[in-house]
Design a protein around this ligand. Structure first.
Ligand SMILES: *Cc1c(COP(=O)(O)O)cnc(C)c1O
Length: 379
């Protein structure tokens, strides 16, 4: 018998209070009780996103929020700049192309980050770009991008700034209003510690003006419909009330701890994880690491598929592997949300044991010791 330990960068473990909410009798959603629930969720999300903007709550996975940030905001035939250095950044470009939008790519190799100066240069060259699409935490590479710096470059232009914060928001600092973010896309199943199935788009005043002035290419994902319903507050279509009840409980937990403390605690876990994998001779993928997850190369000669299967079969530890060019080469460990110090230490311990079982020369305890030292320093 082994206990299952979910250590993937989405979905992440869900607090018990949130899980219990979903067992309650379902009530109808066009009621004062539902409006109170939605109002509470919106307040909690604004607190976590650090914004006073309106927030659309969608019944979809995170990609639905990304699609909304494209379909409601850039007209067919318009132009967008996409900051592309990973699987999820690529998705921005794919969505734009699906809507007939011309994409200008600022590409960097996977694992690298972007220069705000280069974004400014591209915006000068493409003054007709309607929006810039970026990613806070690139979950395929474990990079945390400089959204604050890039936001300054975009603010000096006429373009809107859209950020995929799906794995980053709630795990690392993100100040929507101060950083000049016009559209922030977030999902429920990462740092917000909720089941998959809800997504959010926070919309700045500048973005609302754009949305209301263009011919939008959306119906279910038309932000104008969400704005109209927010007067209730309501959602334009049937909301997932059980998921919203669960989210409300998770947001309460974040508020009790305070978002600043969540960021601090997550950053410490990130440092401990990085120290642990480095002590095991594993190189980091990210030149500028995200606080939400750590991506690291497996030692040469270790088959990633076999390694991950063994980690899960023998110890119940579920990690994510690599995508695209990193398929079969890297592992990704989450340290956001409900994941705590002992989760990280036990994961590192399991990694050491499986590496040793697979014939690698690792000193048992070396990864755990390195991570433990970081945790002690922080006390
Ligand atoms: C998980 C994730 C997504 C995709 O979300 P889905 O919920 O699978 O649609 C998009 N971007 C980032 C950065 C993610 O981590």
């Amino acid at each position: 018998m082994v206990r299952h330990r979910l250590m993937t960068p989405g979905p992440t473990p869900i607090p018990e209070a949130a899980r219990l909410e979903m067992a309650k009798t379902l009530e109808h959603h066009r009621t004062p009780g539902f409006r109170r629930l939605l109002a509470e969720v919106l307040e909690g999300l604004k607190y976590v996103f650090d914004t006073t903007s309106d927030i659309a709550v969608l019944s979809s996975s995170g990609t639905g929020a990304m699609e909304t940030c494209v379909a409601s905001v850039v007209p067919r035939g318009g132009k967008a700049i996409v900051l592309d250095s990973g699987k999820f950044a690529e998705r921005w470009a794919d969505i734009c192309e699906a809507y007939g939008i011309k994409v200008v790519r600022y590409e960097e190799p996977w694992g690298k980050s972007f220069e705000a100066d280069e974004v400014a240069r591209l915006l000068a060259e493409h003054a007709d770009a309607a929006a810039v699409y970026a990613t806070l935490s690139e979950t395929s590479t474990g990079v945390g991008h400089d959204i604050e710096g890039i936001g300054r470059a975009v603010a000096a232009s006429g373009a809107l700034f859209a950020v995929d914060g799906i794995s980053g928001v709630g795990a690392m600092e993100c100040h929507m209003d101060d950083w000049g973010i016009d559209l922030l896309a977030v999902g429920s199943q990462k740092a917000l510690m909720s089941p998959p199935g809800l997504a959010f788009v926070a919309v700045s005043e500048a973005a609302w003006q754009r949305i209301e002035s263009i011919e939008r290419q959306a119906f279910y994902f038309d932000l104008a419909a969400y704005r109209k319903a927010l007067a209730g507050p309501d959602t334009p279509w049937t909301p997932s009330r059980p998921l919203l009840s669960a989210l409300a409980a998770s947001l309460r937990q974040i508020r009790e701890e305070s978002i600043e403390n969540v960021w601090r605690r997550t950053a410490t876990l990130a440092r401990a994880t990085r120290a642990g994998v480095a002590a095991l001779g594993m190189e980091l993928v990210a030149e500028r690491p995200s606080e939400a997850l750590t991506a690291a190369f497996l030692p040469d000669g270790v088959d990633a598929k076999a390694f991950l299967a063994r980690l899960e079969g023998r110890f119940g530890v579920k990690l994510a592997g690599g995508q695209g060019p990193f398929s079969g080469k890297i592992i990704r460990i989450a340290h956001m949300g409900q994941i705590d110090e002992l989760d990280i230490l036990s994961t590192l311990s399991a990694i050491e044991l499986v590496l040793a079982e697979m014939g690698q020369s690792v000193k048992l305890g070396s990864g755990v010791a390195a991570a433990g030292s970081v945790l002690l320093e922080e006390e």
